[in-house]
Design a protein. Structure first.
Length: 114
């Protein structure tokens, strides 16, 4: 972990998106079947939206800016580096959290149980 990322991660936690707050409310405090999640957590040289360290699962929420080619390329490279570090990555669109939170939760649960 890059210690220089810690202040930036704190800032991201303070300024989280509505969708991040909705998902965080659902998975925080071991409410989600006893699994502990962290939010805006530094891993390697990145800050991930959510992570369950115990299960090596990273959850990313993507807003509209992730639809551009250069952002998709960056996300793919970033995901590759996180996978090389031993993490599995789940990506959801913000609209998935707003419109189908239960479906997102089931996908997370099924991935945790694998």
């Amino acid at each position: 972990m890059n210690p220089k990322l810690i202040p930036f991660a704190r800032q991201l936690r303070k300024n989280s998106t509505k969708e991040e707050r909705i998902l965080w409310k659902r998975i925080r405090g071991r409410q989600f079947e006893g699994f502990k999640f962290r939010r805006q957590h530094p891993i390697e040289s990145f800050i991930v939206d959510f992570v369950c360290i115990e299960k090596g699962l990273v959850i990313e929420l993507d807003g509209g800016h992730h639809g551009f080619d250069e952002d998709r390329k960056y996300d793919a490279e970033r995901d590759g580096k996180l996978r090389a570090a031993g993490y599995r990555i789940l990506r959801f669109q913000n609209r998935d959290v707003k419109m189908n939170l239960d479906g997102v939760a089931v996908t997370i649960w099924n991935t945790l149980k694998k």
